[in-house]
Design a protein around this ligand. Sequence first.
Ligand code: ADP
Ligand code: MG
Length: 696
Amino acid sequence: MTKIQDTFESLVFNESVMQDKLPKDVFKKLKATILEGKTLDGNVANTVANAMKDWAIEKGVTHYTHWFQPMTGITAEKHDSFIMPDGNKGIILEFSGKELIKGEPDASSFPNGGLRATFEARGYTTWDPTSYAFIKDQTLCIPSIFCSYDGSSLDKKTPLLRSMQAINDQALRILKLFGHDDVTRVTTTVGCEQEYFLIDSKLYEQREDLKLCGRTLYGALPPKGQEMDDHYFGMLDKRVTAFMRDLDDELWKLGILAKTEHKEVAPRQVELAPIFTTSNTATDHNQLTMEFMKKVALKHGFRCLLHEKPFEGINGSGKHNNWSMSTNTGINLLEPGESPAENAQFLLILAALIKGVDEYQDLLRLCVATASNDHRLGANEAPPAILSIHLGDELNGILEAIDKGVPYNQKFNKVMEIGVDILPSFPKDTTDRNRTSPFAFTGNKFEFRMLGSSLSVGCPNFMLNTIVAEELMQFADILENASDFHTALNDLIKDTIRNHKRIIFSGNGYTDEWVKEAEKRGLLNLKTTIDALPYYTSEKNIHLFTKHKILSVNELYSRKEILYENYCKTIRIEAKTMLDMANKLLLPAILEAQNDLTQIIINKKAVSSSFDCHVEIEKLTSMDQLTEKMSEAMKKLEKETEKVLHLTTFEEKGKAYSTTILTCMNELRTIVDELETITPKKYWPMPDYTDILYTE
Ligand code: ADP
Ligand code: MG
């Protein structure tokens, strides 16, 4: 066996470890809990906890933590050691079933959007046995969900787990109609392609904006950007390769299937894609991947930037959420089949997705809405803010033929009867040419491409699962009650395509023509986070989430509030950082350069009054004029950020940040960037874009 096979998943309390370490009956009961959601009794929990502890101690572990994903979008942990006094002045190492199952972190310091009354600060973390425990930083991590004292969910995982149950229930109904009585479980699968930047840490340390905001708030474009297309898939330099190997090693030990790595479009931008797994595990794994990218980068003298737009004028980073559904019998439900029945089932599920994306454009837009992702969507580097589906020419042709009731092409010279005819075959590699599409069918999965690089995939996936669960439920209701299944199925698919084909678009999503066309089709164009957030609690969406028991009305309002709060805080911190940098670093440096230039003029004139110094004076004048403008822009930004504090509602604050404050910030930046280009480099008090993007 190679070293990799030896170490792969070595830090995970996975099924084979469980089987090895647990008595047979306990293992069986634990598996029933994992597969069927049955509750664990106290004795079983004690045995499992003890086995976990012994396994962890063998690996040098001294502490444990419930590892959870609060609404901050990152993970949280509170470490406790295993030590207990033995009653005889010594200690023993202990970990009980109670401690495994439940933790009680203080909920008051996590975003809760009004769900937590101040007098009741307690929150609960509860072990989620469907995700394996693992070891990180010498600590046993117990994947957990997080809720408030009254049981309201305060995390990203609870609705995801609920949505996986909802889609399972509805997909099983559909599969039964197609005779799949052997299928007992349908799971959603996810593979996230993760983009990020790796920059030299010495340069990072000198940029307050990168340290506090994760992105540069100033910075003139370098003479060379990404226009030569010489970075994409380019050769990986030694330092980056060493980093990636190290990262792979760490991820593999945690059972994360890191697979593909390559350079991306922008200088210093790279991507990592793992092999897909269940949505639940993929969500945990993506959080861990982002965490380890940052940690391993430090070891290699890099900083990993996960921000969606670290550099203006240079492509930002996204995350592609590849999504499908698969059965416990190993069938991918988005794989077009070979037989008429398989094809009919595929077309029905495809129709459910088309209908779902059309009816819930708002939700799919808002689940990727953050202040940072607003810089990318619709900016000709990422999909537009308008939702649409790309299916590829062949599948488009087939759906069009079904819609119109005409033959698909000359080879297939009859009108297709769903459930009777075999789907005209189409080559899969032609389905994914359109990189501008936000939601593309890529042969046997859908690729949702609007996510920002730093986003937890928990939210987009619980939304997607719930939407598809709803559509499958509606379809199952119709088909289960149909007197003639085949006619009902044909009508349902045909009607769905007819009613929702406006969401299908194969052209270039980056163009202005598409924006106009989308408007004609009545599609939503929610340009900013602030445009999208109100939809969270629309009547239609409240109905969806409460019907499937994913989130309660209170939980929905609290999530909306958290997102508003997050948006406002992000932009406020950026505005304040801009002012801080301008006051303490940039303005002093610019004035110093002008002072030295003035001295040059004085010195030169002292040599001979015949020197007119027009070059120096011209330069000094333009610097002086820009500096005056800069000072005005600073004052304006300061005044406006102060004004926002007096607004009362989140809606008002959000609006002010997304319009006035961002505009003031842009004005200040434009002036400073211009000053940067005319100020001698030796005065500029921080590394510029050329330094950061071209230091290997
Ligand atoms: P690309 O999209 O760049 O062509 P691939 O098609 O190979 O690359 O896959 C991209 C991602 O999609 C990978 O993480 C892969 O594991 C994932 N993926 C492949 N099949 C599925 C599936 N059935 N469900 C979810 N993700 C999948
Ligand atoms: Mg892809």
